[in-house]
Design a protein around this ligand. Structure first.
Ligand code: ADP
Length: 349
């Protein structure tokens, strides 16, 4: 078991590309942390630095109490699970799972015991004699997990491990991985571009944007108190609506078309702001804000209403039992629905 600490860590590739700007954070022992952000934001670079597969340009990386900047990946006591599983096609499941242990010269009987235990945990016992080509995608992913587990590492590192699976299997595997990590209590760092995966699996989320940390927080923090317009738009589907507004003398928020919102801007807000409203924080038919519905998307459990409010695009999410038709309706905002951002810094006010 181990905590992971990054102190002023930065990565500049030899071509001058600053893939990870100076960042510091700590992952307590046993925590499941998800690094999330769009493609190219630096999450794999960050993970590879922790794994020892990428040199750290500046700063210190600790696993437990030790600085490991210059420690070989093989000596970091970590196990990595990849998107492509990285299984050996000519080896059986049993040999694939035991591979890392055989390399370390651990006695055969001990390896067999550890592999049996992991296979049982992962429902792979009946597949031990098969080769990877004779397994489904989900089973291959479990073998990759098994290979990580048998090594009893201090730290699991996951690099988009579910992106090759279909949507249904992905949902199932994310529950399995999370449950397994809980059961083993091993610290985990998990990289994904999928905000749903981040929200559902993480104890804490680190949102990255262009090599910079935008926010670190629990899924609930990040969702309910996004620190920037980037986080507000990236976490949540459909994303938070963002509307330009002006701030009056009494901190009242007025949209471009003159619509006055129920929330107030915090003290110190600039004259122009961006107002954020989550699509589900709206009450249809119980307010005085005009909303024009152009398109209704039926999603089964809920309906999405896409249209215009205050001169800008706006989406509303309603439950399946609520009715809506295209055209103009009046809406109200739930208590605490209004988030206010500085349009220049794009940070929450
Ligand atoms: P992500 O995993 O979030 O998609 P990466 O960590 O792979 O992002 O990449 C972050 C940035 O660093 C991107 O701009 C990418 O093009 C760049 N990058 C990645 N690997 C290298 C490399 N070996 N040399 C130069 N730039 C790189």
């Amino acid at each position: 078991m181990a905590q992971v600490t990054l102190e002023q860590v930065r990565k500049v590739y030899p071509n001058g590309n600053e893939a990870v700007q100076t960042c510091s954070f700590e992952i307590p022992d046993g925590e499941f942390v998800v690094l999330v952000g769009p493609s190219g934001c630096g999450k794999s670079t960050l993970l590879r630095m922790v794994a020892g597969r990428e040199e750290i340009s500046d700063g210190s990386l600790y696993i437990g109490d030790n600085i490991v900047n210059d420690v070989d990946p093989a000596d970091r006591n970590i196990a990595m699970v990849f998107q492509n599983y990285a299984l050996y096609p000519h080896m059986t499941v049993e040999r694939n799972m035991g591979y890392g242990l055989r390399n370390r010269g651990i006695p055969k009987a001990e390896i067999a015991e550890k592999v049996r235990e992991a296979a049982s945990m992962l429902n792979l016992t009946e597949f031990l004699e098969r080769r990877p080509s004779q397994l489904s995608g989900g089973q291959r992913q479990r073998v990759a997990m098994g290979r990580a587990i048998v090594r009893q590492p201090e730290l699991f590192l996951f690099d988009e491990p579910l992106s090759n699976l279909d949507a249904k299997l992905r949902n199932q595997m994310r529950i399995e991985i999370k449950a397994l990590q809980r059961r083993l209590g091993t610290t985990a760092v998990y990289v994904t571009h999928d905000q749903v995966e981040a929200m559902t699996m993480a104890d804490r989320i680190i949102v990255l944007n262009q090599g910079r940390i935008e926010q670190i927080g629990t899924p609930s923090d990040v969702y309910n108190h996004p620190a920037s317009t980037f986080v507000a738009s990236f976490i949540g589907a459909p994303p938070m609506n963002l509307l330009p507004a002006s701030v009056g003398a009494d901190q009242a928020l007025t949209l471009a078309d003159g619509t006055v919102l129920s929330g107030r801007a915090p003290e110190g807000a600039p004259a122009s702001v961006l107002v954020g409203v989550r699509p589900e924080d709206v009450v249809l038919g119980s307010g005085d804000i005009p909303f024009t519905i152009d398109i209704i998307e039926e999603l089964g459990a809920l309906r999405l209403l896409h249209g215009r409010l205050g001169g800008a695009a706006f989406s509303v999410s309603i439950g399946k039992d609520e009715q809506a038709e295209t055209g103009e309706v009046k809406i109200g905002l739930k208590q605490g629905a209004v988030h206010v951002f500085d349009p220049t810094s794009e940070r929450r006010i």
